[in-house]
Design a protein around this ligand. Sequence first.
Ligand code: SER
Length: 866
Amino acid sequence: MLTGNEIRQKFIEFFESKAHKHFESASLIPDDPTLLLTVAGMVPFKPYFLGQKEAPCPRVTTYQKCIRTNDLENVGRTARHHTFFEMLGNFSFGDYFKREAIVWSWEFVTEVLGLPKDKLWVTVFTTDDEAEKIWIEDCHFPKERIVRMGESENWWAAGPTGSCGPCSEIHVDLGPEYGGDENSKIGDEGTDNRYIEIWNLVFTEWNRMEDGHLEPLPKKNIDTGAGLERIAAMVQGKSNNFETDLLFPLVEEAGRLTNSKYHESPEKDFSLKVITDHSRAVTFLIHDGVIPSNEGRGYVLRRILRRAVRHGRLLGQKELFLYKMVKKVVDQFAIAYPDLTANLENIQKIVKIEEEKFSNTLDQGIQLVNEQIEMALQAGKSSLDGEITFKMYDTYGFPYELTEEICNERGIAVSQEEFLAKMEEQKEKARSARAVIMEKGQDSFIEEFYDKHGVTEFTGYHSTEEKAKLLNIRQKEDGTLLLIFDKTPFYGESGGQVGDHGSISSEAFQGKVLDVKKQKEIFTHIVEVVSGEAEEGKEYTLTVDSKYRAAVSKNHTATHLLHKALREVLGTHVQQAGSLVDSEKLRFDFSHYEAMTEEQIQEVEERVNEKISEAIAVEVSHKTMEEAKACGAMMLFGDKYGDVVRVVHVPGFSTELCGGIHVENIGHIGLFKIVSEGGIAAGVRRIEAKTGYEAYRFVEENIGMLKKTAKLLKTEDSLLLEKVEKVLQEEKEKAREITSLKDKIAKQEAEALYTHALEIADVKVFMAKYEDKSMDDLRKMIDFVKDKEENAIVVLTSTFEKLSFAVGVSKALTGKYKAGNLVKIAAEITGGKGGGKPDFAQAGGKDKSKIEEAMEAIKKAIKENK
Ligand code: SER
């Protein structure tokens, strides 16, 4: 029986034997702004299907990491739902078509996997006679097990527009015990769990346009996708993906960490499967650079992680456990994704931080639910409505089951129906949002432009001036123009580097380039008109502002040096999590779980400046992916599937894949200065730094501040530190002196109280009014009297800063008189609030004109309390 790992490997080998090239799995973060996550094996190849880019080779095979979260609630409940899964695929970009795709899939399924032919079924698109004919004639597949199905089943598209086509699916029949009877066929009611789809062969030959009509793609393509987990389940005779050798070790580990056993109860199995699936998704998402947050991918990760933690709680696990799953996931999948191993510690740390945070959220959530219950009770309600239970879940990440549990305990009704209705409402919103995300045309204008003119030629690596033909003009509402030329020396914003600035001119037109955006290799210049009118078809001179570009380049190359230095000083877990490079600064986000120390910051800064002083020439070359990897290139992004990548190399120090513009020699950076270091999310730090002239300015400003300070303190720059220390010391001494003087004054004032002490109901009552005493002063005076008198009440008030009252009662009298009660009388009369202990209490008041009245009222209270 084949193991999951063997199936994966045999698939690749099989298609390699059919002249396919094996490409490594692309990241879960697609290089495609229209998609949130890689949802299918074909995602990295979208530009090849649409003919926007030339495929590096016509036949490709992959096992691709994928994430789908549209059915999150079902994961764990069913036998086959996953968030993370691996998709096996073979692809043809204008090369072979239906016949080979079908015949090879049949050969693999029956001869390599050895699945029994009589248990296999096939579906084809309603009108696809050609596919059916191939199945019957070339594979000798029995016609009675071929089912024709419509668009909802046998048409595949990555989104509402873009490449698509009819498909043919291979299914395994698990037999009547999973639904239906001997005469059932695919699609019959009640047979969903019986016929298991294992492979989808898509004949991608159409492009769906915005208005819905189909246009033939330039070339016919093949996109096939087979879920590895499903195939493993079928091959290994398991009715449930979680019991395959790919996932069962994770189920067992989840059981070990939560003291639960698989097959003890359906609820426990549900939770164990959730933890199994989600720990894998969490590990791979973080590995690919996603960080938990409240939006986009970070939110997807956060939701998955929280759902797993919550299921840990349902299993009775209150301690942190999820981060411990990561090790098992890495052990299990490092064979197919070897780079996981080096990242293990980093992934664990990020999971742990987030898990800890959520555990606290859970504790807080319990409190919030209780508050909501109080509010409902006070409003005379006997139930919590769906709005609230859903908000608890959605905003605070607090599980509905827990809300329900607490409400039950407190005798408050909750309606799961209402909650689910709200959930459905939100899912609906998410679905329409996703429809937008999945759409090909992030800007249909760009698509149309592309169809007409193709891409812009970028000449900016070597030149800063170019004569180019204007191909398109659009005007924005604010009056600026969007101009696209056949070629341009202007860098378009990408890879964290901002677009170039500069000018565009002809005899009839002058414009200032404010920014340049790049979409699908089409460069759009955002231009402010200085004079004249621009005209399509005319030639213009495009001139890049070299000074601006030089400043940006310095920051970009310095970013590479910083990245390398951080890895040297902090460790190789440091990975880029985002970057922004403009003319004034660079901003670099990276994975690291604690604040950097002053020493580390200094060391990194020193390392970078040391290198700069070596004035090493930067080498830019184009290499194959394999060569680039062999020379240790750090970041693998951008053209992952292009055969050739651009490598920016600072010999002896840094190697990165990068499409940005760099200085020729790192000596040009001049100076590198870190301006700030701080945290931006759990496990992610941000450094801002300056280079060149900006760094000099920053240093200058700081030195200027130092000089001014020295002058104010009347000392030399070099003696400033000593002077500040001395001033601080003096200040401390003065503060001590002031305190002791205040004590003395308080004592004297307290003594003065004796001159007008009252005797009310056998109690010595001291009352006084001040304008210049702080609460601290009043307290001191009260303590002084209380120390001396066993039978006294002191009532003091001051209007210093704001009206306040302080009342002290000798310990021996507190049985009878409570300072808190007395001070409240004053507070009430003067419109304030107060309270405290029986022997000392304080209050604030508002109405100063009522001080006398308040004092009299207290006197009266003392008297009456006799
Ligand atoms: N794109 C198709 C799918 O995801 C086949 O790979 O099912």
